[in-house]
Ligand binder design. Structure first.
Ligand SMILES: Nc1ncnc2c1ncn2[C@@H]1O[C@H](COP(=O)(O)OP(=O)(O)OP(=O)(O)O)[C@@H](O)[C@H]1O
Length: 573
């Protein structure tokens, strides 16, 4: 369940840093006392020193004002030191949380959004949320104390003028509230537009070849112009609201000051107030109005922080891959049996696998075959626990696979999927992903994957960089490196080859498949392939159609008994 957030639990973000914040608040309070002393000292300087023409007193009060200022500066330096720590720590902690979530969130999260959208939302949200470290936020409590202390001081100087001030405060609060709601809604709109733009950019970069080839540049530009125009309109409205807030603030404070001068002057004329009194009242009222203005600035900032925090929290609460409470390590040294028992899978509401049951035993080399969309990859995704079956159970060595910790369970598998990601690094590092392999092991895996010769012929051989997702390599070369990496993984018991050699040339493919057929390294080998020359060598072929197991048998029996099998083989070759 995703929790909704309000203003109050936004401050939860600051909870881990409460020790520092307490110290900052104490230091701010001490500095604030200094700010309160100064107008009082100025009042005495004018009334006792200047008006009474006592120059010694003038020198005394000037000296005290300088001393107060000096002490204030020392406390401000300490404050800055603590404050800078929080400013750095908040984005750091949020980034760590986001990265952990990216790595542990269920794979289906990335099926619905492109990397650019996810990336931009994370960056944008963290930057916005981190603005909570703004010193004004940390000063919230101190500002409230300042307002109260200021009002008391004002009452002592003139209760009549103070009542005027108290009438202004609720107007200011009401304006802030209105501004907060309108700006928050606009900010949400802005964030949505930003996500659409990032999604467009991600698609544009990933699909650049298709865009150029199909002459889609014009259409794509129209698309992005629409998104950016909406973005600009919302941004303009947001700026406009900010300006209204500023103007109303200005009106309120100038109006209030004029009122103070009018009423104050009449009080001085009636001898109910001194000139120094009016001067310090104006200074104190500024000290009261300043935190009120700051509070309204905070509410403006909250109007962007809250939607960003809501979206970020939703992301952090998205389903993670987690071990169940009683999960244990997979410790068996071999896999003697794998069973699918009445497995069904629906990605959304439509079933793509229905009531699938079969067993695979140690030593078997099994092929899964079926037309496009028949559910072969989905079956593998369930086996690897990237998805959970809607109904049914998968067992390894007669134990449900959820009983094992994910990390120990996935170590059982060596997977060569239809598309494998190559990091923008050297060939060597792409094969030796965890850095544990010896040179001999890497070489052996490359020979087995039929990759060794082509790598050795490259000018920089194993040091050659592959580019973004292997962009500097041919399709077949990319696949050979990915396969070498798969084969180099140590200690796994089950090898899964999902169209692993679809880009190989005929000779390399045949040589690799011969090696696989003779391999004794794995307890079980599962292949998704339509190549008759491979299928003919396999005893157990699981034939799928529209998410159901139609038959299990060898190539000859299936070819003889099932016309649809024959058609699938003919179509795919
Ligand atoms: N993440 C997903 N969300 C929704 N539907 C999906 C998802 N992945 C696959 N499907 C649907 O599930 C069905 C089975 O897909 P799957 O990839 O398992 O088929 P396949 O037999 O491996 O196909 P191919 O031979 O083309 O690789 C398809 O109809 C596909 O549209």
């Amino acid at each position: 369940m995703i929790k909704k957030h309000n203003i109050y639990n936004i401050f939860n973000i600051l909870r881990p840093y409460k020790r520092n914040i307490t110290w900052i608040s104490i230091l701010m309070l001490i500095t604030a006392i200094g700010s309160f002393l100064t107008p009082w000292l100025t009042k005495s300087l004018i009334d006792e020193g200047i008006i009474n023409k006592e120059y010694r007193k003038v020198i005394f009060y000037v000296g005290v004002i300088i001393a107060v200022f000096f002490i204030q500066q020392i406390f401000e330096i300490l404050q800055f030191h603590l404050y800078s720590k929080i400013c750095i720590r908040i984005p750091y902690d949020l980034n760590i949380k986001a990265c952990k979530q990216v790595l542990t969130v269920k794979i289906k999260y990335f099926k619905e959004r492109n990397f650019s959208e996810v990336l931009s939302e994370i960056f944008q949200d963290i930057a916005t949320i981190s603005s909570i470290a703004d010193s004004q936020f940390l000063a919230s409590v101190v500002n409230l104390i300042k307002i109260l202390a200021g009002i008391i001081a004002l009452f002592l100087i003139s209760w009549k003028l103070t009542i005027l001030l108290l009438l202004v405060i609720p107007i200011r609060v009401l304006i802030s509230r209105f501004m907060y709601i309108s700006q928050r809604n606009k900010f949400k709109e802005l964030m949505d537009n930003q996500s659409k733009f990032s999604s467009w950019l991600g698609d544009g970069i990933s699909g650049i070849v298709e865009i150029k080839l199909w002459g889609m540049i014009k259409e794509k530009m129209i698309e992005v112009e629409k998104i950016l125009t909406k973005f600009s309109i919302t941004k303009k409205r947001l700026l406009f609201l900010g300006q209204i807030d500023k103007i109303s603030n200005g009106f309120l404070s100038i109006g209030f000051n004029c009122l103070i001068y009018l009423v104050g002057a009449s009080l001085i004329i009636k001898n109910e107030m001194t000139l120094g009194g009016l001067f310090s009242f104006v200074s104190y009222s500024a000290l009261v109005m300043e935190p009120i203005t700051i509070m309204s600035y905070i509410s403006t900032q909250l109007s962007s922080i809250i939607p960003a925090y809501e979206r970020f929290s939703t992301f952090l609460q998205t389903d993670k891959e987690e071990d169940n409470e009683f999960a244990i390590e997979f410790k068996d040294t071999q896999v003697y049996k794998m069973s699918f028992e009445n497995i069904s899978l629906a990605y959304s509401n439509e079933y793509v696998l229905s009531d699938i049951s079969f067993d695979i035993f140690k030593g078997e080399k099994v092929a899964i075959i079926g037309a496009n969309g028949s559910g072969k990859t989905s079956l593998i995704n369930l086996l690897l626990r990237f998805y959970a079956p809607t109904t049914g159970t998968i067992k390894i060595n007669d134990k449900k696979i959820e009983e094992f910790t994910l990390e120990s369970y996935r170590k059982l598998f060596n997977l060569m999927a239809q598309s494998n990601y190559l990091f923008n690094d050297s060939i060597y590092n792409n094969i030796n992903l965890t850095g544990e392999l010896s040179w001999e092991e890497i070489k052996a895996a490359c020979v087995e994957a039929e990759a060794y010769d082509f790598i050795n012929n490259l000018p920089e051989n194993f040091n050659a960089r592959v580019g973004y997702n292997g962009a500097k390599l041919s399709g077949g070369e990319k696949q050979k490196i990915a396969l070498a990496r798969t084969l180099a993984k140590r200690n796994s018991r089950i090898l899964i080859l999902d169209e692993a050699t679809s880009n190989y040339d005929y000779k390399s493919e045949a040589e690799f498949n011969d090696k696989v057929m003779l391999s004794k390294q794995y307890d079980i080998i599962i292949m998704i392939t339509h190549r008759p020359e491979i299928l003919k060598k396999i005893n157990k072929i699981i034939y799928l159609d529209k998410g159901k197991v139609i038959a299990v048998g060898n190539y000859d029996s299936l070819y003889r008994d099932y016309e649809s099998f024959r058609n699938t083989i003919l179509k795919e070759n």
